[in-house]
Design a protein around this ligand. Structure first.
Ligand code: HEC
Ligand code: HEC
Length: 271
């Protein structure tokens, strides 16, 4: 038998070998591109094509959500590293006086007992930006907005310095009772989520990103859901909306409960 006769489909062994190879190829492609992607309970695919793209390593698009029309105001605040850089003692003092009207919800020491956000030790730039956004209507809340609408720029700066000056709750987590959720330490690179701490403080603070440690769990969950639905949209360049939209409900729960956790003695001291 000459070589040219070996590699023809008339040769039974050759056709059998080609057939088996093709079958293996089809079976592994189905397993790799369809069965395995759909077997991951933590990712949802819009359609079969999405699953194939995901298996091939193409970054996944965030699940489609209906974002409300951008007709309402967006944040106009510009933050730079020198925003509120030099607090003065008088400014902090004036802030303390003004803060008396905030204490009923945010706590006399800036630590809330009522699921309002803690403000103690929050970055001054964050308080400043959020108050300006509540005042302009870029961020709205039926309970909070009325307290911001009549503040002057000076009052907002003084309040920001005062709260930033109060001691913040520590970044302490009782491991192993509460292991670090993977979304917090690693983020989710395939979904474009950087580790939370790269903006929020434990690794680095990107200006305007709030200190989250010890923050109320219910509050953080509500904010992440509001970013995901587009109900809150005062984040500059949609940084936080893009992240929250790509998070699963479990990841939102895990991140909120992780950041909210505090050592038992701190919880007692606040009560
Ligand atoms: C009646 C209760 C109440 C009072 C009084 C109040 N706040 Fe608030 N504040 C809230 C609530 C509730 C939120 C969270 C709003 C939301 O869910 O979007 C909030 C949010 C904030 C935030 C945003 C915090 C963050 O981490 O994003 C700042 C800053 C703030 N308040 C400052 C103040 C200041 C300063 C005063 C006093 C001038 C004040 N608040 C008075 C209830 C109150
Ligand atoms: C690219 C930087 C960046 C990353 C990464 C990031 N955030 Fe944010 N986050 C922000 C900024 C900026 C804000 C404030 C938005 C604004 O201006 O109102 C914010 C706001 C928030 C708030 C609202 C806090 C408050 O006091 O109102 C929560 C909760 C939050 N982020 C949770 C997370 C979690 C959980 C992760 C990780 C899965 C994360 N963020 C990752 C930048 C980031």
């Amino acid at each position: 038998m000459s070589t040219s006769e070996l590699f023809t489909f008339r040769n039974r062994h050759f056709s059998l070998a080609v057939g088996i190879t093709a079958a293996i190829l089809i079976v592994t492609a189905i397993a790799g591109f369809l069965v395995l992607p759909f077997a991951q309970p933590w990712v949802q695919f819009a359609n079969v094509w999405d699953a194939i793209c995901s298996a091939a390593g193409v970054p996944q698009r965030a699940p489609k959500v209906t974002v409300p029309e951008q007709s309402t105001r967006l944040s106009e605040v510009v933050l730079t590293s020198s925003t509120l850089a030099r607090p003065s003692q008088e400014g902090i003092g004036r802030g303390a006086t003004l803060a008396q009207r905030c204490a009923i919800c945010h706590g006399p020491t800036g630590v809330s007992r009522a699921d309002s956000p803690n403000l103690a030790g929050q970055y001054a730039a964050v308080i400043y930006k959020q108050l300006l956004d509540f005042r302009s209507g870029a961020r709205t809340n039926a309970v909070m907005s009325p307290f911001a609408v009549n503040l002057t720029d000076q009052e907002i700066a003084d309040l920001s310095h005062y709260y930033a000056y109060l001691p913040r709750l520590p970044a302490y987590h009782p491991t192993p009772q509460l292991p670090k959720p993977s979304i917090v330490i690693y983020g989710a690179p395939m979904r474009g989520i950087a580790p939370c701490g790269s903006c929020h403080g434990s690794l680095d603070n990107k200006i305007g990103s709030p200190w989250l440690e010890g923050q109320s769990e219910a509050y953080m969950k509500a904010q992440l859901q509001a970013f995901a639905s587009g109900e809150r949209r005062n984040d500059i360049s949609q940084q936080m909306r893009n992240i929250a939209r790509a998070m699963t409900p479990q990841e939102i729960d895990q991140a909120a409960s992780y950041y909210a956790s505090q050592p038992p003695d701190v919880v007692k001291a606040v009560d």
